[in-house]
Ligand binder design. Structure first.
Ligand code: G6P
Length: 611
């Protein structure tokens, strides 16, 4: 999704801006651009379709010297990917702007501006904002006033940053519905849509709030809230594990690095939350105990991979807590009427904490009368975290690969901790809690053992490279694991992958099964194993090739057409976490064989901050 970087310094800023854009590449984009105010009070701009590397090449040829600048990676919403639609957009020669989000009333504004004589060179909603600021500047002669007056006329969601060649000593920016942070330097300051973009220059950030407008100069950061009052916002130190956590190191792709980080980040997610044989629910928030006492049912809302972790949690909550749990994708939930029960806990799950639909669902739930909202999230300071009453932070560290891996497994860990905390109030015994805690503590070691199967899984992946379709089967809490496996394969290898509860096979998908349709199954040693085995027979009988990730102790025989990859024995409740990992590895290797852009699959974005 779109990314913003801005810098004002006593040195040329183009290298800082480029580095920032590179760090935002993982979010997905189709074009990139930069505008820098030159010493001679002139703005120079470069824009390119495609990768940031193309922009870098252009800037190497035609440098953009100057100490104040803004840059952008665009993910097309209004208008196709093209140079003319790429940001920064300009009004005349003197004003440049970058924008994330959507301006809903841009058509009406554009008509007004056309009537005033402005000409448009792009199809974007952003160019409207550029001209609108310019028209206000003609009236007021002051950029801050012009910017304020413009903001007052915009409807929609946006993060904006603007520079003017007559006022080279400041960048103005605003946030409403799209994230924006100010990076605090010494004698230089920065802006970005994600703190990650600025870690090479600072680790101190001010997270702007909804409605904030800011003026950033070399020495000062001034912020006004939505009512126009000057406000102080706290400067927060970036909490993630430093620069190395956003670099690929020895790995060929971020996705592989992130898969391999899972033992470490699961351990980090457990840290401080377990004491001996029980969990410490106090660390879930000062008010957690009070809130949990009153919970009689749970509503979970999320998108994408995060939605799948919610689906697993439903099995846990209904089995271990014994209270009803519903799970829904946020884009559906937000647009329908629902019944809010007074004892319902509203839970959102999100890696980024900025997914537009999830945030909208949370805001709507609050209006609809939910007493408490809990967020499971990976990004401190994100909108979701700030707007929720309770948060359980996952400690996955920055996740760069668009296909989510370590965020998912740490979400599951956080959800199991939540399940145990709720279960205590509904008859979950101390013994059962101790058993689960022991399972949680064993997880990093077990996952390491699965990672050690990488070569075997890599070999298995060869069978998929030429296939066009695949079917993933699971039963019980392994059904959402099958869904997540199918999502991983389709998003990075572009192979059509569907997931079905194994019991539904006969109701349709069996018709598709033949030798060209590999069937992948996750088969831990649980009470559903025998039923699953008969589903597998149904596949074999139709000539389907089976790839079974099965508990090493269940003695599933290899035979022609049945490929068994043994997975170490694991506690039934924790099996979804462990069995996710081989499916991640399988997708990764298939994608590498197919030569796709593993970390930035086509058409997808890491953080979907528009609807
Ligand atoms: C995008 C990403 C997915 C992610 C989903 C939800 O589609 O590509 O990896 O699962 O958004 O994102 P969130 O940040 O809310 O977990």
């Amino acid at each position: 999704m779109c990314g913003i970087v801005g810098a004002i310094a006593q040195r040329d800023v183009s290298a800082i801006l480029l580095e920032g854009l590179k760090r935002l590449e993982y979010r997905g984009y189709d074009s990139a651009g930069m505008a820098v105010v030159e010493a001679a009070n002139k703005i120079q701009r470069q824009r390119e379709v495609g990768k940031v590397a193309a922009l870098e090449e252009a800037i190497t040829k035609y440098p953009l010297p100057g100490r104040t600048g803004i840059a952008h990676t665009r993910w097309a919403t209004h208008g196709k990917p093209s140079v003319t639609n790429a940001h920064p957009h300009m009004s005349g020669e003197n004003l440049a702007i970058v924008h994330n989000g959507i301006i809903e009333n841009y058509e009406a504004l554009r008509q007004d501006l056309r009537d005033k004589g402005y000409e448009f060179t792009s199809e974007t909603d952003t160019e409207v904002v550029a001209h609108l600021i310019d028209s206000m500047y003609q009236e007021t002669g002051d950029m801050l006033q012009a910017f304020r007056k413009t903001i007052a006329q915009l409807h929609g969601a946006y993060a904006l940053a603007v520079v003017h060649s007559s006022e080279p000593n400041r960048i103005l920016a605003a946030r409403e519905g799209s994230p924006l942070v100010v990076g605090v330097g010494i004698g230089e300051n920065f802006l970005a849509s994600d703190a990650l973009a600025l870690l090479q220059v600072t680790d101190r950030f001010i997270y702007l709030e909804e409605g904030d407008i800011t003026e950033v100069t070399l020495e000062q950061i001034t912020i006004w809230d939505g009512s126009g009052a000057k406000v102080e916002r706290p400067v927060v130190r970036f909490e993630h594990g430093g620069l190395d956590s956003v670099e690929k190191g020895e790995y060929r792709h971020y996705m592989m690095k992130e898969i391999y980080e899972q033992p470490k980040v699961i351990k980090a997610t457990l840290e401080g939350r377990i004491s001996g044989d029980h969990i410490l629910e106090q660390v879930l928030g000062a008010d957690a105990a009070n809130v949990f006492d009153g919970v009689g049912s749970v509503q979970i809302v999320a998108c994408g991979t995060s939605y799948h972790s919610g689906l697993v949690a439903r099995y846990w909550i209904e089995e271990l807590v014994g209270i009803p749990c519903q799970v829904e994708v946020a884009s559906e939930y937000r647009y329908r009427k629902h019944v809010v029960q007074p004892d319902m806990l509203f839970v959102t799950i999100s890696q980024s904490g900025e997914t537009a639909d999830t945030l909208a669902a949370l805001r709507q739930a609050k209006k609809a009368g939910f007493k408490s909202a809990l967020a499971i999230c990976n990004v401190p300071g994100s909108s979701l975290v700030r707007e929720s009453d309770l948060t359980v932070m996952t400690q996955a560290g920055p996740e760069i690969g668009v296909a989510s891996t370590k965020a998912f497994t740490t979400q599951l860990v956080a959800l199991l901790i939540l399940t145990i905390a709720l279960g205590r109030r509904h008859g979950l015994t101390k013994e059962k809690e101790a058993e689960l805690v022991e399972g949680l503590k064993a997880l990093p070691g077990l996952i390491q053992k699965v990672l050690d199967l990488d070569d075997v899984i890599n070999k298995t992946s060869e069978a998929f490279a030429e296939k066009h379709h695949s079917l993933f089967l699971g039963r019980g809490s392994m059904y959402p694991v099958a869904m997540e496996g199918a999502l991983k394969l389709k998003e990075i290898s572009y192979i059509h992958a569907e997931a079905y509860p194994a019991g539904e096979l006969k109701h349709g998908p069996l018709a598709l099964v033949d030798k060209d349709m590999p069937v992948i199954t996750v088969a831990p040693n649980n009470e559903l194993l025998e039923k699953l085995k008969s589903n597998l027979q149904e596949v074999r009988a139709r000539g389907g090739e089976l790839y079974v990730f099965a508990d090493a102790e269940v003695a599933l025989e290899e035979e022609p057409g049945v490929h068994v990859i043994p997975i170490p024995a694991v506690h039934d409740i924790l099996a979804p976490i462990v069995y996710t990992v081989p499916l991640q590895l399988l997708s990764y290797h298939v994608a590498v064989l197919k030569g796709t852009d593993v970390d930035q699959p086509r058409n997808l974005a890491k953080s979907v901050t528009v609807e």
